[in-house]
Design a protein around this ligand. Structure first.
Ligand SMILES: Nc1ncnc2c1ncn2[C@@H]1O[C@H](COP(=O)(O)OP(=O)(O)OP(=O)(O)O)[C@@H](O)[C@H]1O
Ligand SMILES: [Mg+2]
Length: 318
């Protein structure tokens, strides 16, 4: 659905996106992650045609964005909804008026607008607030209004630029659940920009890591967290402190694999003791994944690694 190839973007002499190549599939929830200034918002703005790009290709629904004329671009952008960190609601307009705005601009009939706005407010759980003003709503409720507004023109792509960054963790989770529901019910592709790894873990199927305009990671979310490479570890700020003595083995547990039982079974079957240096379980996309470092004596290394291999567990010696 979205095919980006060797994309470069400059702001005057400064290159802010360097050789970006990614594909985003229809119906996917895709995260763009990176520290401040990495180029996340710029990439998002290139995708919805708000920003020009210097070199390379950016194709959305089989159309090269650069090649679109003014009217075609307007039509194209109808197909893309967008939500932001600070909601961008109009304070002096009611919830109804805010959500209705894009349809009014496109000249839809009153009855059509009324029905659509009511349906969408129901979808986001705010039908009771239809006559409220933004300053009478909580942050989470404001974002729900913004989500409803972004869906009025039946887009098939929803872009989210830090939509949960101004919200507390519980509200963040409820908004992410709503986005997931929208993704499933309406089959909308969602691309979300965030600097929060928790957001990525909770919702994204795929993630792109950007650093100074360069791709430093691009994979299924589970893979990225389950077996992070050096760059990803740096990004996550993880440093592994392990004992100098003996052999340290890191074991990765893929989704739905019983972590605890493998360890106890191995100890029992090999009739040996080992130290657990550290371990970590995480929920990614509703799957439990994790990794663990064990420390064993040099003499047991072959026995243990053979056992791990037989069980087809991913592992490495640190
Ligand atoms: N309109 C602009 N003119 C010139 N430089 C810009 C412009 N917009 C962004 N930049 C620069 O491009 C780089 C990427 O900016 P961008 O806003 O995409 O980063 P970001 O990853 O979204 O950061 P944040 O997490 O802070 O929102 C930065 O160095 C920024 O200063
Ligand atoms: Mg940004």
């Amino acid at each position: 659905m979205i095919n980006i190839k060797n994309l470069d973007k400059y702001y005057s002499d400064t290159k802010v996106l360097n050789n970006i190549s990614i594909d985003i599939k229809k119906g996917e929830i895709f995260a763009i992650v990176g520290h401040s200034g990495a180029g996340k918002s710029t990439l998002l703005r290139c995708i919805n045609g708000l920003e020009d790009y210097s070199d390379g290709s950016l194709i959305v629904n089989n159309k090269e964005i650069k090649a679109l004329g003014k009217d075609q671009l307007r039509e194209f952008r109808k197909n893309i909804g967008m939500i932001f960190q600070h909601f961008s609601l109009i304070q002096r307009k009611t919830v109804f008026e805010n959500v209705a705005l894009p349809m009014q601009l496109w000249g839809f009939k009153k009855e059509v607008i009324l029905k659509k706005v009511k349906d969408l407010l129901e979808l986001v759980g705010l039908d009771k607030k239809i006559d409220a003003y933004p300053n009478q709503l909580s942050g989470g409720q404001k974002q729900r209004v913004a989500i409803a507004r972004a869906l009025t023109l039946d887009p098939d792509i929803l872009l989210s630029d830090e939509a949960t960054s101004a919200l507390d963790p519980n509200t963040t989770t409820s908004i992410l659940n709503l986005l997931k529901e929208i993704n499933e019910k309406l089959n909308i592709t969602i691309i979300l920009v965030t600097h929060e790894m928790e957001v990525v873990k909770q919702i994204a199927q795929k993630a792109l890591l950007l650093e100074h305009g360069n791709i430093i990671g691009f994979d299924d979310t589970e893979e990225l967290f389950l077996k992070p490479d050096l760059k990803m570890k740096e990004f996550l700020g993880e440093t592994e402190v392990v004992p100098n003595e003996g052999v340290n083995i890191k074991i990765y547990f893929p989704k739905d694999n019983a972590f605890q039982s493998f360890i106890t079974k191995m100890a029992r079957e090999l009739d040996m003791d080992f130290n657990i240096v550290w371990g970590k379980l995480e929920e990614i996309n509703t799957h439990i994944v994790g990794n663990m470092v064990i420390n064993i004596e040099e003499k047991d290394k072959e026995k243990v690694t053979n056992y791990i291999k037989e069980h087809k567990i991913i592992w490495e010696v640190l």
